[in-house]
Design a protein around this ligand. Structure first.
Ligand code: HEM
Length: 493
């Protein structure tokens, strides 16, 4: 039976509490409150052409060097709501690191996602994560993007998802039963979930049977984690030993690993995503080169990992806090029983769908979408010159009182008929994005998360380790529970 080592637990807790960050440094809460009241000197991003009736986008620099990082990392969507209420949907963050227009609310999101006149490229993403996720699908633009997306789409059709789901279930059933620790308030769900989604990727993405190639898989998983972390680095230059440099080294290891693996997998009949990508072709018979597969695989691992981890962790949190919803979801799972799951059986877990939507609404795994204008553009009556970074924040739209009744309350029923609050605006609920770059792995991710939750609910009752404590999230990248999310798993069977 798995147990928790007390020294490891204490070291981990100390690291969580004492590693300095904007979220836990003494006095940061007071500074944040003061900053929210401060009126910084405003300037126009650019003057609109004289013959137009467009308005300039106004904004400020915030603090020297830090810009608005303190408010953003601590408040996340709450800070953006503050901006929306005080500055309106379009304003300018004149940050020294990453200046960008903030485009808030569903109308701004619609302009960016639907991109009707092809004014917005993905090049802001490239600026932020390009060195590590070079030529990933999300970083490609326009015709080239469509060319790659059409080939990749074939790897995500229903017949393929059937095979992936079976493999996901194999890993999840084993890990939840054998590796997770029951009846112990020191059990931290977030790191356990993160490890499990890596284990899933090792089998479903890379084709390693559980328990095999342990050393190689661990090396690849560590390299992958380092690469992902590097995208959030504050010192953004390849100087040893900083995070950015470590990310570049790790990327090299991943490239070497996948190059070797592609040669092995070409011509194989495997059902893992890598084997499938080696075979997929679009309707015209176009296929991926070896280099394309390497780039796509590294990006896909990143796109799938933290997102699914975050969604499943948030769902477990809300189910532990809301036992009536936990019972309702478990009733549906009990009807399925412990047999192998497939797409049809998972589709019957309708309450889990409601809970998933509500959890992604309240804690959206991908808080923002980044774009860059490729020509001078109009956005909600404002003038935006070519080459400007523009960011929209679904994480904030998901809390707008214009769209959601009592937005901060956990109320999954809002997604069911007749309320269907998510249909109030086409771009009011976009946890998977929208338009031509909408998440290609949406169904895969939903099936993976539902498999995890189904197995979890069948085996354990979820209880908060510290009832009544307010959950604090770090919004520096994807939302991360600051305390690692302690949850007590009470064994049911
Ligand atoms: C719950 C889990 C997930 C969430 C919340 C999520 C969310 C998103 C979002 C919001 C975008 C669009 C970003 C933008 O427009 O800037 C996106 C794109 C993408 N996602 Fe996901 N994702 C999830 C799971 C997955 C999985 C499991 C995979 C792959 C197996 C995946 C692969 C991708 C890819 C390749 C793109 C880029 C699509 C393109 O540019 O055409 N995602 N995802």
């Amino acid at each position: 039976m798995a147990t928790i080592s007390t020294p490891d637990y204490l070291i981990d807790q100390a690291k969580r509490r004492f590693t300095p960050s904007i979220n836990n440094f003494p006095g940061m809460g007071t500074l944040e409150r003061r900053l929210l009241r401060t009126e910084f000197p405003q300037r126009a991003l650019a003057q609109p052409p004289a013959d137009s009736d467009l308005k300039p986008v106004m904004g400020d620099k915030g603090l020297p060097v830090l810009g608005h990082m303190v408010e953003m990392f601590r408040g996340g969507p709450e800070f953006l709501m503050h901006l929306y209420n005080t500055k309106g949907p379009v304003s300018f963050a004149d940050s020294p690191v990453l200046p960008a227009v903030t485009a808030l609310g569903p109308d701004a999101a619609q302009a960016l996602y639907s991109n009707r006149n092809k004014e917005y490229s993905q090049q802001m993403w490239t600026q932020v994560i390009g060195p590590f996720f070079h030529r990933g699908l999300m970083l490609l633009d326009f015709d080239e993007h469509m060319f790659h997306r059409r080939i990749m789409q074939e790897a995500f059709v229903r017949t393929r998802l059937v095979g992936y789901t079976e493999q996901v279930d194999t890993v999840v059933s084993k890990v939840i039963a054998n590796d997770w620790v029951a009846n112990d308030p020191r059990f931290l769900l977030y790191p356990a979930m993160k490890q499990m989604t890596l284990d899933i990727a090792s089998m479903v993405f890379m084709g390693h049977e559980p328990g095999t190639d342990h050393e190689l898989v661990t090396k690849v998983n560590n390299a992958f984690t380092t690469t992902v972390r590097a995208g959030n680095a504050i010192i953004r230059t390849g100087v040893p030993p900083f995070t950015w440099w470590r990310g570049l080294q790790a990327r090299k290891l991943l490239e070497n690993y996948f190059e070797a693996r592609v040669s092995e997998k070409r011509g194989s009949e495997g059902n893992d995503l890598l084997s499938v990508l080696c075979r997929t072709e679009d309707e015209d018979g176009n296929t991926f080169s070896d280099a394309d597969i390497v780039n796509h695989m590294i990006f896909l691992m990143m796109a799938a990992h933290d997102t699914s981890t975050s969604t499943a962790t948030t769902m477990a949190y809300y189910l532990a806090e809301n036992p009536e919803w936990q019972d309702r979801c478990r009733d549906e799972s009990d009807r399925l029983g412990d047999g192998p799951v497939d797409i049809e059986s998972l589709e019957k877990l309708e309450s889990l769908d409601l809970v998933m939507n509500e959890s992604m609404r309240l804690v959206s795994p991908v808080q923002w979408a980044m774009r860059r204008t490729v020509r001078d553009t109009e956005l909600l009556g404002h003038y935006i010159p070519s080459g400007t970074n523009v960011v929209t924040y679904p994480g904030m739209t998901h809390r707008l009182p214009e769209i959601w009744t009592d937005p901060m309350t956990f109320d999954p029923e809002r997604f069911a008929e007749p309320r269907s609050e998510h249909k109030t605006h086409r771009f009011g609920f976009t946890p998977f994005g929208g338009g031509s770059h909408k998440c290609i792995g949406m169904l895969f991710g939903q099936l993976e998360v539902k498999t995890i939750m189904h197995r979890l609910l069948r085996k354990y009752r979820l209880e908060p380790a510290h009832p009544g404590r307010t959950q604090v999230w770090d919004y520096g990248g994807m939302p991360v529970p600051m305390d690692g999310m302690p949850i007590v798993l009470r064994t049911l069977r």
